[in-house]
Design a protein. Structure first.
Ligand code: HEM
Length: 446
């Protein structure tokens, strides 16, 4: 059955992506000149504008994809069309509320959820509506569920739980005890990311299974092993965020071991899938195939970085430097965004199979995206090493001198960021045009 509301989520996701990368670009200009736009949106505001908007891109695109897959491709009758519309409106209005909260300087939230905490209530409501609609729609034959149904369901349930947990600091019992407060805060953020990874990785496995036209592999032991590993990661992988907190050493070792395994298995699943495809299958959904292959490459790059900086002795020097930013952007752009772009190309190709699978314009932008992201990532690591050197090994060198020394690096970061923005914008415009045509009823998609 047709579900155009799913497309509304996807359009909103792409709009968030475009706006989010614009904020990122402006923030990178503030690295070069800290006075840039200072009177209107200083860096301490620009950063939450950027981070919240790009995180919204990830979440909205995953939600839109899931709604689309379960109704339009899996042909389930949606439990309630009205609930999807209410869900969409709640998220849209809350998004506007978050921007207003930032503009007014009401940023009493924490880190990645810097907006006024009251806005978490409608966000939770949206997730509950999504959960009701999802489970009521697919509730039959649970024993036959493919792995992606489990992953999406788990992602939704844990998202609700961890959003609540991330706000426990509002209670004095947590807020007034420093170590308890920091532990709970970082634990919840790690698990919050784990929850959206469940939605995104489930989407990757779904798209892979569909391109290969394979109903069996989404039910085999490897993918279910991956699911349980992801779940373990979601529950315990957070501990690598808390190395600085005095805790039992075994907690760190377990966290370190767990947080690496998930990526290794995901990398292996995508790698085996790429190798098993026929030329025809690769050609039919070529852009989706290409972006999933790119995700595999970025899994590999991020594993190398994470393997190194998850070693507690190294983590001590990298914590609070641009190396952490390289890790966050390397994973959210390199893995999450590539998988979601693959999902969008897969969806639009499904809506209208007449689209040429790989116009040269898209292929060019695919390469610009990956090359500029690689250089962007390397620049952040270089800046992180310089900063760590200043923090721990340079005595009496003022902060401003270190910043001056990094000036050229920041310019390089901006230039590579600009190329990244160019490629993402070009790809997004093509996708937006396709979605707009579908929304206007140009295609009678099923
Ligand atoms: C899909 C695109 C993007 C995603 C998903 C993304 C994601 C993120 C995330 C998660 C952070 C928080 C990092 C942390 O706290 O460790 C961040 C920070 C940042 N991003 Fe991005 N980003 C994207 C694109 C860009 C672009 C294109 C630029 C610049 C041209 C940019 C510039 C920045 C800057 C300057 C920061 C602040 C780093 C700091 O706190 O010093 N981002 N981004």
């Amino acid at each position: 059955m047709k579900n155009k509301s799913a497309l509304l989520f996807l359009v909103l996701a792409l709009a968030s992506l475009l706006l989010g990368i614009l904020f990122g670009l402006l923030a990178s200009l503030q690295y070069i000149n800290s006075d840039f736009l200072k009177e209107y949106i200083a860096f301490n505001k620009m950063r939450p504008f950027h981070v919240t908007t790009v995180v919204s891109w990830i979440i909205l695109c995953a939600i839109g994809s899931i709604y689309f897959f379960i109704t339009n491709l899996e042909k389930h009758t949606l439990y309630s069309q009205r609930l999807v519309k209410v869900h969409f409106m709640v998220f849209l209005l809350t998004g506007l509320g978050i921007y207003i909260s930032f503009f007014l300087g009401k940023m009493e939230g924490r880190e990645y959820l810097a907006y006024s905490p009251i806005l978490t209530i409608p966000i939770l409501l949206g997730w509950i509506l999504f959960g009701i609609n999802y489970f009521k729609t697919i509730r039959k034959k649970i024993s036959e569920w493919p792995v992606y149904y489990w992953m999406w369901g788990t992602g939704i349930v844990f998202m609700i739980y961890h959003l609540c947990e991330a706000h426990l600091w509002v209670f004095p019992y947590f807020r007034e005890h420093f170590i308890k407060d920091i532990s709970v805060q970082w634990k919840s953020y790690g698990s919050f990311v784990g929850s959206w990874n469940m939605l995104v990785y489930g989407t990757a496995i779904y798209v892979m299974a569909k391109i290969k036209n394979d109903k069996v592999s989404a039910k085999n032991k490897t993918v279910f092993f991956f699911y349980f590993l992801g779940l373990t990661n979601l529950m315990f992988g957070w501990a690598h965020h808390t190395y600085l907190i005095p805790t039992q050493p075994w907690v760190r070792y377990v966290a370190y071991a767990i947080s690496m395994t998930e990526w290794i298995v995901l990398g292996h699943i995508i790698y085996s899938w790429v190798k098993s495809l026929s030329k025809e299958q690769k050609d039919k959904y070529n852009m989706a195939y290409k972006f999933l292959k790119a995700a595999d490459f970025w899994v590999f790059i991020n594993i190398i970085l994470a393997l190194l900086f998850s070693i507690p002795a190294i983590n001590y020097f990298t914590h609070g430097t641009h190396i952490t930013v390289a890790h966050s952007m390397g994973t959210t752009i390199g893995i999450n965004t590539t998988i979601l772009l693959a999902s969008l190309f897969f969806i639009t190709q499904n809506i209208s199979p007449n689209y040429k699978a790989t116009p040269s314009f898209l292929t060019k932008n695919y390469y610009i995206f990956n090359i500029s992201l690689f250089l962007f990532f390397c620049t952040l690591i270089y800046a992180g090493i310089k900063r760590s050197n200043w923090m721990y090994f340079s005595k009496d060198v003022p902060f401003s001198t270190m910043q001056d020394e990094l000036h050229t690096t920041y310019i390089a970061f901006f230039v590579f960021g600009l190329c990244l923005v160019f490629s993402i914008t070009s790809l997004s415009i093509v996708l937006l045009k396709r979605l707009k045509k579908a929304l206007n009823g140009k295609y009678n998609f099923e």
